[in-house]
Design a protein around this ligand. Structure first.
Ligand code: ADP
Ligand code: MG
Length: 747
């Protein structure tokens, strides 16, 4: 065996694996780490400082200002900044400027980029070249080509919205998210973010509902602002800052693990002697190869105007995090897709694979995508910033109460939008955050709401001045919640809420749509109440607000929990409070069928009944497909990799025993017996898994999903238990899969 580094593809897949697979992957990885040299010339940030690179590949406002006629630029800007309807007559001019700009940057093609319900990014490339009729060609890019594309999207999930015979799907230019240049060693492509809809106008994608929900939120928040005397109408946008957790492991290991390759997570693997118990990885020094990779990832993202801010080691060995400065929800969503793609693409250049799966390795921390959320406008700033003055506090407390009400009222929906087969290994498993949705407010803010709640009952006996406790006499609220609570799924963190239950591999679109819409509904509720109670008289606002806040906190305060969300005690307490605890995806997704949820999305024009139904079907189907693939892989790996290794080792032990016996020596057969037992258990559990997987004829998709959840998943766990047991006995040189120890610690 040589230690020379290959890309490891020869060991791909179960069938090609031999007894030496693990050994060679391990040696190749060690070699890759110890001999690490960047394959490309080192990046030189002194030549092109990051600030100069920043946004150099986007068709930004600055570029448009320079290249578009003044009136056209103004018109585009108006749409971007105020949400005004796009004037289609300007499209030809914008397209032409965009084309020239892109061709100067080496573009040969343009692509409409869209976000189908698979949660992935999709793109269709078209050449700028068109035959000129005289045997030559000209470059061409019309306004129509910019505004609308028609990919044959019939293979994307539509949940029955669109039958294949009516396969038409349109991509529509989203002017609020800038076009950009995607670089490739052999040229560049002009990418245009688009919405993807059916010919009947139904959303087939994740972007359209985000845009609709932002519009709904803006409309409702304007009403509250008006009550406080802010009538400039500046567009209120929801803002998002998603923190992405991920693992990086050597590619040699990745290709030697059919489970990682096909399912994105390990289906087998005994716990290593050392895991994360020393907490020595979190915020530790970043390994050189990893840091080199991060620097290039960030450089690529800077070019696209993606404001990456933070990088650090995460809790688990080989786990890291990348986080941007927040942006408007729609942009943050597009950019988040680019972050995931770029991490994966660049990691390969450094001989590593980026895993965004929620739980690639059992027994160490999984990966989430903490979604920081707030709302604000150019004139108002961040509306969830408590501010320094009582007046700001009142507005803040009102909006904060609206969020509390929304989260309590629609906890089922929030749980549903983070429900995936892969995220089940975090939520509802023994990991934070739990599947119970609750809000962490921090001691000080909780105390303020407690006062508001109490003040009502005692108001008569209180002197006049203190009647307004919670509004006028409030002390400035803390900008930074001094304390932190990592176990809360939905935490107030000083000037925003952080939804921590989102999975690392997920698109943030679904969670954003849910948050924007439920909060729009709550803001609608409070605005309607206050408009009625004040009847146009601003002097009545304080009193009306007091009453409303008190009411909300009394009705919805049960959702607030500042303790350890991980503890058994909380699970009991939450049940007492009547909070939902939906541990698995099939249980959680039913919220999409709630009448209240259906009405919510219809009322605010975010999703029609049909669009919502289609999403339920698609997500349930995705769950079934994911578990089915994992189950098939489990069977394949158990039978063709692990069983043969165990039998080979048994054979070696048996012949050693026979030989020793021939020499008149004793041979203890304890290990043989133990391995035989585990092999038997492996065979039986594999057979059982196969039986469960073969079951058919379920009443509907929902019933099938429950079968996968209740029967197939546990059957997979049983196979794993036997196999992981064998890993502790079979000779290391025969073990066919790279071990946890190797994958997590060789870097
Ligand atoms: P922590 O690890 O303490 O949660 P990070 O710095 O890793 O903090 O991430 C905080 C995230 O919150 C960043 O992406 C940041 O941009 C985002 N954020 C800050 N303010 C807002 C806001 N007003 N709206 C949305 N996201 C915000
Ligand atoms: Mg965070």
């Amino acid at each position: 065996m040589s230690g020379s580094s290959t890309n490891g593809t020869s060991t791909t897949g179960a069938t090609g694996a031999t007894a030496s697979t693990a050994g060679s992957a391990r040696l190749a990885a060690i070699s890759a780490v110890t001999n690490y040299k960047p394959s490309a010339p080192a990046l030189d940030f002194t030549k092109t400082p990051a600030a100069e690179l920043y946004a150099s590949n986007i068709f930004s406002k600055a570029v448009m200002k320079e290249r578009l006629p003044k009136n056209v630029f103004k018109s585009v800007l108006k749409t971007i900044e105020t949400g005004a309807k796009l004037d289609p007559s300007i499209a030809d001019i914008v397209a032409s400027a965009m084309k020239d700009w892109a061709i100067e940057r080496g573009a040969t093609h343009y692509a409409h980029v869209f976000y189908p319900l698979t949660g992935q990014t999709a793109e269709k490339h078209d050449s700028f070249l068109a035959p000129d009729g005289d045997g030559g060609a000209v470059t061409e890019f019309s306004g129509r080509q910019l505004i609308q594309g028609e990919p044959d999207g019939s293979s994307f999930p539509s949940g029955g919205i669109r039958a294949t015979f009516e396969a038409r799907g349109y991509t529509i230019w989203d002017v609020t998210s800038p076009a950009y240049i995607l670089e490739n060693p052999n040229g560049t492509t002009l990418c245009i973010p688009t919405a993807f809809v059916s010919w009947t106008g139904e959303a087939l994608d994740k972007k359209t509902p985000v845009l609709r929900s932002m519009q709904a939120l803006n409309k409702q928040v304007q009403r509250v602002l008006k009550l406080f005397g802010h009538t400039d109408g500046a567009l209120v946008s929801s803002t998002a800052g998603p923190e992405q957790e991920y693992f990086l492991i050597d590619r040699n290991f990745f290709f030697a693990r059919p489970d990682l390759l096909n399912a994105g997570r390990t289906l087998f693997g005994a716990k290593p002697p050392k895991g994360q118990e020393f907490e020595d990885h979190y915020f530790g020094a970043i390994p050189e190869r990893v840091l080199a990779c991060m620097l290039e990832v960030e450089r690529e993202l800077y070019k696209l105007g993606i404001p990456i801010k933070t990088r650090h080691n995460e809790v688990a060995p080989a786990q890291y995090e990348i986080a941007p400065v927040y942006e408007t929800a729609n942009q943050a969503n597009d950019h988040q897709h680019m972050v995931m793609l770029t991490l994966k693409r660049v990691a390969e250049k450094y001989g590593m694979t980026c895993l965004t799966h929620e739980k690639p390795f059992a027994g160490v921390n999984g990966s989430g995508k903490h979604l920081n959320w707030s709302m604000g406008s150019a004139t108002q700033g961040n509306l969830l910033d408590p501010g320094d003055t009582p007046h700001d506090n009142a507005k803040f407390l009102l909006l904060c109460a609206a969020v509390i009400r929304a989260v309590d009222k629609f906890q089922g929906l929030l749980r549903a939008v983070v429900a995936t087969a892969s995220n089940d290994h975090r939520l509802g498993a023994n990991e934070a955050p739990p599947a119970i949705i609750s809000i962490f407010l921090g001691d000080q803010l909780t105390d303020v709401f407690e006062q508001i709640k109490a003040a009502g009952g005692a108001s008569k006996s209180l002197p006049k001045g203190t009647l307004t406790v919670g509004v006028d006499v409030l002390p400035p609220l803390p900008k930074d919640a001094g304390d932190r609570n990592r176990t809360s799924p939905f935490a107030f963190t000083g000037n925003r809420f952080e939804f921590r239950a989102v999975g690392a591999s997920q698109s943030i679109a679904g969670p954003l749509v849910a948050m924007n819409t439920i909060i729009a509904e709550s803001v609608d509720y409070v605005a309607t109440r206050l408009e009625k109670d004040t009847a146009g008289d601003p002097s009545k606002l304080n009193g009306a607000l007091q009453k409303l806040l008190q009411e909300i906190i009394t009705q919805h305060g049960r959702i607030i929990f500042n303790g350890d969300g991980y503890s058994e005690a909380w699970h009991k307490e939450a049940e007492k409070r009547g909070l939902l605890n939906r541990k698995t995806t099939p249980e959680a997704l039913v919220a999409l069928k709630d009448k209240a949820v259906e009405e919510l999305f219809e009322k605010y024009g975010v999703l029609t009944k049909r669009e919502l139904e289609s999403r339920y079907d698609i997500y349930v189907e995705q769950y079934c497909k994911t578990v089915r693939v994992e189950a098939k892989l489990t069977i394949e790996i158990a039978r063709t990799l692990i069983y043969p290794a165990a039998v080979r080792y048994l054979n070696q032990l048996a012949s050693a025993g026979a030989n020793l016996k021939a020499l008149g020596q004793n041979f203890c057969t304890g290990t043989i017996e133990k391995i035989s037992e585990l092999v038997k258990s492996l065979q039986e559990s594999t057979a059982k898994l196969e039986t469960e997987l073969d079951k058919h004829g379920f009443a509907d998709l929902t019933a099938e999903a429950h079968h996968f959840c209740d029967a197939v998943v546990p059957a997979m766990v049983a196979v794993r238990t036997a196999a992981d047991g064998l890993e502790g006995y079979v000779a290391d040189d025969l073990w066919p899969l790279p071990t946890y120890q190797e994958m997590l610690f060789i870097k």
